[in-house]
Write a protein that binds this ligand. Structure first.
Ligand SMILES: [Zn+2]
Length: 323
């Protein structure tokens, strides 16, 4: 069954508030421990050298082969579904050879047609991105051309598989320890930055209480942000939101995706089969579950407890004492 336009509108209307609630719960939970998160983040990345990542000489076909070999090891059903999509003539494939700069990778459904764009960089990040995009193709909604879940927490499927893939690459000695660390750190870093931006954005939007952003209000906002190293970027973002150029909740799915997939990966390391079975059930969801319920289904805890567990993991990784 394919959802009609009016059904999608109905879905968006019905779940918009739920998303906002889940989002605010996460924000409130993270708000309480943001300092710890940043502290931990600095500890984790302290001795890491970003220049360690070398270009590699993989062709796109090498990257695809490595990714497909991984999917075949990871799970037979997921692998079969992925091959089905990649061999389906109705799917628009737009593949480019790896290059020095990243020109964007994504996949989705446009005008009821599935597409996948791959323009990977020629290093380990490009390789894990190929796997990330393929992971999106393994969900039921991509098989059935249903869209809605991707707007909510569709990034769980791709971020979780990306973590399992990175570990596989390390175990098979396809990548070095340094590259493995770099992949994990880049995932943590992106969520840490997003959390900070969204957290501060949320403060300012609360502070504005829906008012139009005036010069005076902006000056007050600047005061709120005076100690933030990302002050200019955040203020630009706030102005864009005020002007309606971008949506404030644009990063929601990546934050939830990272928090949930990190915890799921921890579980996977202890119980791979059980976790994979649960994950496969999750892939079956389309527009039949709201984000909060999906977090509960995958992690078995409320969003607030899930965030606390995520932050606890951070502390563990960085050996920071519990406050
Ligand atoms: Zn993605």
């Amino acid at each position: 069954m394919i959802l009609s336009k009016s059904e999608i509108e109905e879905f968006n209307r019905k779940y918009h508030n739920k998303e906002t609630d889940a989002f605010n719960n996460y924000i409130n939970s993270v708000r309480k421990q943001l300092e710890t998160l940043h502290h931990a983040w600095q500890e984790i990345t302290k001795d890491k050298d970003n220049n360690i990542i070398k270009d590699n000489d993989y062709s796109l076909s090498d990257m695809i082969t490595i990714s497909l070999e991984f999917f075949a090891c990871f799970d037979k059903d997921i692998y079969t579904n992925l091959l089905k999509i990649l061999n389906d003539d109705s799917v628009k494939l737009n593949f480019s050879e790896p290059s020095a700069e990243n020109r964007g990778n994504n996949c989705g459904i446009k005008d009821w047609r599935r597409f996948i764009n791959l323009n990977p960089t020629n290093n380990v990040f490009g390789l894990t991105t190929v796997c990330h995009e393929f992971a999106h193709l393994t969900s039921q909604r991509m098989q059935e051309k249903k869209m809605p879940k991707s707007e909510y927490i569709g990034e769980v499927e791709s971020m979780f598989i990306e973590k399992v893939f990175a570990k596989y690459l390390l175990d098979k000695k396809i990548i070095s320890e340094e590259e493995y660390d770099a992949v994990n750190i880049s995932l943590i870093k992106s969520v840490s930055n997003r959390l900070e931006a969204v957290f501060q954005e949320n403060d300012i939007l609360n502070f504005l209480k829906g008012d139009i952003l005036t010069e005076e209000k902006l000056a007050e906002g600047e005061k709120l942000l005076k100690n933030s190293p990302n002050k200019d970027a955040i203020l630009n973002r706030i102005q864009s939101i005020a002007k309606g150029t971008i949506k404030s909740d644009v990063d929601f799915r990546y934050i939830i995706g990272e928090v949930v997939s990190e915890l799921l990966f921890e579980e996977y390391k202890k119980e791979p089969q059980k976790t994979t079975a649960k994950f496969k059930e999750y892939l079956k969801h389309n527009a039949d579950i709201d984000p909060q319920s999906m977090v509960v289904e995958l992690i078995g805890k409320s969003p607030e407890e899930t965030v606390s567990d995520y932050l606890a993991l951070f502390r563990e990784l960085s050996d920071i004492e519990q406050e």
